[in-house]
Design a protein. Structure first.
Length: 139
């Protein structure tokens, strides 16, 4: 009887160890892009299909980075992100037309999908995989 209990215990330990090893991998993905594969620079580039990491207004635009704020009127509390724009970042308009990173200027309404790790500070800091310049929003 003792060996039967020992086998059950070993079996459940093995199963638990396997689940604990694989469970963290369930949430991992290659990134939050979700875009399709089209010819880069073409007007038929596919828009990302996943939820963006942040959607908001560009409140700072410098060479290589932008700050995006969901609600620029709030000093704190609303989502904000410092976003690195790299040569690999795909920038486009909601219409699907390709854009250049230099066109990201103050006041643009954008959606950003992050690439790689996100520093969970306030504001969050991350590199952009894709940035979609949204149509102008009426006040």
């Amino acid at each position: 009887m003792a060996s039967r209990t020992a086998r059950k215990f070993r079996s459940s330990c093995w199963l638990t160890a396997l689940l604990l090893t694989l469970l963290p991998l369930a949430g991992c993905s290659e990134g939050e892009g979700g875009g399709g594969s089209a010819i880069p620079g073409s007007s038929s580039e596919k828009l990302p299909t996943r939820q963006p990491g942040i959607t908001g207004v560009v409140t700072l635009a410098e060479a290589g980075s932008i700050r995006v704020e969901a609600d620029p009127t709030e000093e704190s509390g609303s989502p904000k992100a410092l976003v690195r724009v790299t040569p690999e970042t795909r920038v486009m308009y909601r219409s699907g037309e390709s854009s250049a990173a230099e066109e990201l200027t103050l006041g643009h309404h954008v959606s950003v999908w992050f690439a790689g790790p996100v520093m969970e500070s306030y504001p969050v800091q991350a590199s952009a995989r894709e940035i979609v310049i949204e149509p102008a929003v009426d006040p």
